[in-house]
Design a protein around this ligand. Structure first.
Ligand SMILES: [Zn+2]
Length: 100
């Protein structure tokens, strides 16, 4: 079920759930080579900007107009952002320094 390659060894080790967690700032560890990877942080920041924009704008409109249409729009945009967050490219992380 793994479909996405590791940025270090290029083996397909990550599934959709791993990519979803990576978009939520989790660090992934490759099962093949043991190296670490994360979703590209600048793109995650852009996604979080849109999450905040979605909640602030449509949350406010829901409160102001007392309409479920705006709340439905908030939920739909949130789900669309979650769906696209799976495709944020992974960045290779350096190994942790060994402490002596
Ligand atoms: Zn790997």
């Amino acid at each position: 079920m793994s479909q996405f390659p590791c940025p270090h060894c290029k083996e397909a080790v990550y599934g959709y759930w791993d990519r979803y967690k990576a978009a939520k700032w989790f660090i992934l560890v490759c099962q093949h080579c043991g190296k670490r990877a994360c979703a590209h942080p600048i793109i995650i920041v852009l996604f979080y900007f849109f999450y905040v924009w979605d909640v602030v704008l449509f949350g406010y409109l829901t409160y102001l107009k007392e309409s479920w249409v705006y709340f439905s729009t908030l939920v739909v945009i949130w789900l669309i952002l979650d769906a696209f967050s799976v495709y944020i490219p992974l960045s290779a992380l350096k190994s942790k320094p060994v402490r002596s």
